[in-house]
Design a protein around this ligand. Structure first.
Ligand SMILES: C[S@@+](CC[C@H](N)C(=O)[O-])C[C@H]1O[C@@H](n2cnc3c(N)ncnc32)[C@H](O)[C@@H]1O
Length: 242
């Protein structure tokens, strides 16, 4: 699979949805906010926020995703940085920071996530706010990642593809779940990509925010203010730098 195709596929499978509305709403409550999007991926939220008048910096270590972001209409309004939280320019200050669509789950190592949160805290102004989401392990979302339940057709520039997810490994104690994303393209060839995710509990994430010097404001179970356990199986955190 070419990198272009992989990022096209990511965008086609992950259409704009309620989580994107939540994160965009979070940053646009402050007119002209300076926004840091850590783990910005293919750039949908940063470009929408820039179009809404925010001054946005998008940071991501996955070069093909950043290339896809840079090629989108409106991308020239965003500052794109290739790297992790260490690549945030030393003097940069932000009113709002995001890690949207479960970026924290792709950061498997606790020390790396702790460092990312500390870097965010260091670059937020006092009162500056952070929002991120992470799937709630209590919701056991991985049990639904089967071909039967996730199979769909996606429309891509080079033709229609079939796409589905399949969980391949679960270690609940370690909070590690591995899964494969399957695609059968218009050429009939099946391609499989796998990638582990960390599932951290609400208490673990609260403790990590506290350690980073960030104060938790809310934890929702979805993207419309639902309590944890009654939403869509997520832990949606908002926090601020005191
Ligand atoms: C599921 S994607 C979400 C992308 C985007 N935030 C969105 O809303 O579509 C997770 C992103 O996290 C990025 N990522 C992984 N490890 C990271 C790290 N240590 N620091 C920042 N981003 C990271 C990946 O490269 C990927 O683009």
């Amino acid at each position: 699979m070419t990198e272009n195709h992989a990022t096209d596929l990511y965008d086609a499978v992950n259409n704009w949805g309620p989580s994107d509305d939540f994160f965009l709403g979070f940053v646009t409550t402050i007119p002209g906010a300076r926004v840091l999007d850590l783990g910005c991926g293919t750039g949908g939220i940063p470009i929408a926020a820039a179009k809404a008048g925010c001054a946005v910096t998008g940071v991501d270590p996955h070069r093909p995703s950043l290339e896809a972001a840079r090629a989108k209409p409106g991308a020239d309004r965003v500052v794109w940085i290739d790297g992790n939280s260490r690549a945030i320019p030393a003097s940069a200050l932000f009113d709002v920071a995001l890690m949207s669509s479960n970026v924290v789950q792709e950061i498997l190592d606790d020390d790396e996530l702790a460092r990312s949160l500390a870097d965010i805290a260091a670059h937020l102004v006092p009162g500056g706010r952070l929002a991120f989401d992470s799937r709630d392990p209590n919701a056991r979302g991985w049990e639904a990642w089967t071909k039967e339940r996730t199979h769909k057709m996606v429309h891509l520039p080079r033709g229609d593809s079939q796409h589905w997810y399949q969980t391949t490994y679960v270690n609940e104690q370690a909070g590690v779940v591995d899964f494969c994303a399957h695609e059968i393209g218009p050429d009939g060839i099946e391609r499989v990509e796998s990638g582990p995710l960390r599932f951290r509990s609400e208490d673990q994430l609260r403790a990590m925010l506290h350690e980073a010097g960030l104060a938790v404001d809310d934890v929702f179970g979805g993207y419309h203010g639902e309590p944890v356990g009654r939403g869509v199986g997520t832990l949606t955190f908002t926090a601020h730098r005191p």
